[in-house]
Design a protein around this ligand. Structure first.
Ligand code: TMP
Ligand code: ASP
Length: 237
């Protein structure tokens, strides 16, 4: 697959066209950012670790019947994906309380959420990714009602697949962010599922093994991503 012009450079990935107008190349870079781009750093090997991590998760989801944009790994840092028209929303599902939920509602980190909870955020660094509700989404035209329903349905289906996978590796999938888009009228999972957009804790010690290590300057960021991957059965070169 021939890689053509760079179409878009995000904070951690770049997107390239290919000779097929329906397909894109995603390049996972070592750039790491948090707090809406206010904190940035290069972390060696993160791109290749996240590329493989994402491929593993996307394959598992596809095998369980979840439609995703993922086609195949192309190289160390590159994957081939379908070109989606992305919806400007982030779907966050939370199994345990952490991060902004704790700050917003004053609950203790680590509280189990029964049932798991769901939030929409508007994807906008300039606005700091504000939380939005379904009425905002409808009135401001960010997605249609059927798309909102489908995003929730797919997110909860994904949340039946991933937490047991992590639990079998003695890991807690605390929360994570998903992004969806449209391909020929069908809504499917896009973007990435990696420790950059998840919280993952060791089940016994509750040690943080995700991007909170970067946000909170805890060190061993990429090593922790690899540890999570290794426990899930992913082999990194
Ligand atoms: P939060 O606690 O900061 O709202 O984040 C919840 C989860 O979603 C956490 O795993 C990080 C992820 N997330 C992103 O990766 N990017 C985002 O822009 C947002 C809002 C959340
Ligand atoms: N991924 C989001 C951002 O870059 C949230 C975060 O990591 O703090 O702003």
């Amino acid at each position: 697959m021939e890689k053509r012009a760079e179409l878009y450079a995000g904070k951690a990935k770049s997107v390239f066209g290919t000779e097929d107008p329906d397909l894109l190349v995603l390049e996972f870079r070592d750039d790491t950012s948090a707090f809406d781009g206010k904190k940035r750093q290069q972390l060696a090997r993160k791109g290749q670790v996240n590329n493989r991590f994402n491929a593993f998760v996307m394959d598992r989801l596809a095998a369980a019947g979840v439609p995703t944009h993922f086609e195949r790994l192309l190289g160390d840092r590159e994957s081939l994906v379908k070109r989606l028209d992305m919806l400007p929303l982030e779907c966050v599902v939370r199994n345990y309380a952490a991060g902004s939920l704790c700050r917003r509602y004053g609950v203790e980190e680590g509280l189990e959420l029964v049932p798991p909870t769901f939030e929409f955020f508007l994807k906008s660094d300039a606005l700091g990714d504000p939380m939005v509700n379904e009425y905002h989404i409808r009135s401001l035209g960010w997605a249609e009602p059927w798309q909102v329903e489908r995003m929730k349905e797919l997110t909860f289906r994904i949340n039946e697949i991933l937490p047991p996978l992590f639990a079998a590796a003695d890991l807690l999938l605390v929360d994570y962010k998903l992004e969806f888009g449209l391909f020929r009228g069908e809504l499917m999972l896009g973007d990435e599922v990696t420790p950059d957009g998840c919280r993952v804790w060791d089940r016994r010690t509750r040690e943080k093994l995700d991007k909170d290590r970067f946000r909170q300057d805890l060190g061993r960021v990429v090593e922790s991503y690899e540890l999570v991957g290794n426990r899930l059965g992913i082999h990194f070169d």
